[in-house]
Design a protein around this ligand. Sequence first.
Ligand code: ADP
Ligand code: ZN
Length: 757
Amino acid sequence: MKDYNLVDIILPLAIADVYTYRIPLANPSPLTSAALGTADIGKRVLVPLGKKSIIGIIYRPHEGTLPKHVKVRDVVQIIDQTPIVTAQQLHLWEWLSQYYMCTMGEVLAAALPSEIIDDNYAAAICQYISLPPTLLDHHAQEALLSSFGRAKKQEQLFRTFLDLAQGQWQVERRVLLESSGVSGAILRLLIDKGIFLEEEHPISRLRRYSGAIGSPHPLDTQQQNAANAIRQAWQDKNVVLLHGVTSSGKTEVYIHLIEEALQKGKQVLYLVPEIALTTQLTERLQAVFGSQLVVYHSRFSNAERVEIYNEVRGERGDEKSKVILGARSAIFLPFRDLGLIIVDEEHEPSYKQQDPAPRYHARSTAIMMAGWYGAKVLLGTATPSVESYHNATSGKYGLVEMKERFQGLQLPRITIVDLQRQYHRKEMYGHFSDPLVLRMREELSKGKQVILFQNRRGYAPFLQCSDCGSVPKCPNCDVSLTLHKAHHALVCHSCGHSIVAPQRCPSCQGEYRTHGFGTERLEEEISALFPHAHVARMDLDSTRRKDSHQRIIDSFSAHKVDILIGTQMVTKGLHFDDVSLVAVLQADMLLNKPDFRSCEHAFHMLEQVSGRAGRKGDKGEVIIQTFDPKNPVFDYLKKHDYLSLYEQQIAERQLFHFPPFYRLIIFTLKHRDEQRLNAAVTLLRERLEQTFGPRVSGIITPSVARVHNMHILQLRLTIEATANIHRAKSLVREHMAYVVQQSAAKGTIITPDIDPL
Ligand code: ADP
Ligand code: ZN
């Protein structure tokens, strides 16, 4: 008879998928049977690993027997009474690890808040002051009050307590001290005398909405038609793409569909790009869904994430946590009864996780999940990704359109300014062309607001010595250092390395000249051009503190700021009623990337930033400055003509073997030692070529070929969309494993990126 069961356990490690352990059945000494509990799938266990212990998740009973020489160790403890990971979550993890080619452990580490896996979550504690039973009576209280005599402070403290307690006989310690203005020492005195009792209770860290809730706005005709068409399309398709111009009222349509899902008792996952998770959106949803709404994003502390995780699991009753508004990582929450997933701004590249593994796309993942939960998916955007639009027009997804802005508001007028000509004629103030300055003057004098977009932070992307031509570079990366003037610093935007900005070139004492410009430079130029305007800057540097992003948005909303300068942070989902003019200072950086998606991405970004103009009342205006005014992307933009952009892009994709007709895998190889790296990449290329022939690219040197002292090279594998991708991936796995075992390539890190962006 067997006296143990073998189980496979997922540990938060990148090495193997599963680790097998024994769960003793009978006579489990020295363990108590209570410590072992029942070994259900999805519970946490403590297991020995080397000389340490580590927490993992029970994945499945181990199938088959293990080779004789393998010594399987015993599980130390089963931590949970009930599973904390659901069967559907495990299914998701399996899919992610197979599709994106990483280990289950890497998925686990991304999927669970680290305090769950370290088991060091502690509830927040709140201290309360209460009364002993003898003092609950009014007469006893009066008697006590008159006995204080000259101990005025004590009397004051007790009176404040009675005021605050309002018959509940319990007041938060902190509140009592603050309201009474009496010291903690006096409070201690009364506690020691037995007049007050001290109590501690665990409290939720989650701020619950307790304001008023109301019905959603009634939909206008266009919105009603869209909502009906979506419901209709869901009859026989799981996924619907809602293509609606900016400000057409998509969010309001979502709200109505969410309400319907809730009425059926379902949960709803509402995904937005991290940066679009503003209080503007949260407040709009809270006004309808009240405390049923939970928000989840990376700025929450680990402890807060644990509490949200438990709420979504339904630990504390069913009423709450029905609508989960979150950034991409919210797909990992333990949903019970998911009925609808909304992916807003579905075209956003930030839905793809870059590092570390799993390098998943939240949109693709959401669509897979919906299948397992029997849920419906709504993808919404003003500028669909080429992939989604292709799926919609080929009939795989439903397609619903909203072509008008809400209340017939007009889409902004777009003007292209030729920078070459402006510079030639000397009609520039710094980086501002004459027409732009003129229009800014006009709009500001009318009391309107302006947004300036430049997708680069800092003052200048590089310095160059005007004598010897040298450029300060990062010692660890192949990157020029960006000047941050306010901090007198040169900073590497790749690894963060920072040095004091030198006054002169250290080798020849020549003077430095700045090249290019970032948001910080614009801010300086603006103050010179418009000395009376209130200016704010929104970029990574100005939003490092916890609430600073929100504070900038609030002050711009309240019109305390006239001009908002920003990187792509200003392009996402914000509504400002008084913005009549939006300017893109230099579009060229968006257009000149060596990437098959650069035209699509430039269109997305320019159309999104344009959407911030003229959201109320008058028609807005967008001015785009560029050295390449003939670029076809501007023709599409001027007419807000997504369809032509799409047709041009999809033709190119087919011609040059890109998605959605082909799947891509990019292999990134890294090593400190260039020789080893070269050996590894050559070897991998040879192996892949044996299997995939001409589908393997030549060796690619990325635009930044060294980061953190690691040299980087890449290969690209292009596979027909119709091919058996599972088979291809398992061959790829074998080749990668082979290469890292060869001594010439030793120590090379190979990371595959599936469906790279
Ligand atoms: P989108 O999500 O397409 O950008 P929104 O849903 O945010 O558009 O709508 C744009 C603006 O119009 C918002 O300020 C919103 O409050 C308002 N709005 C949209 N639909 C309605 C409606 N049915 N009733 C009242 N206001 C609406
Ligand atoms: Zn660096």
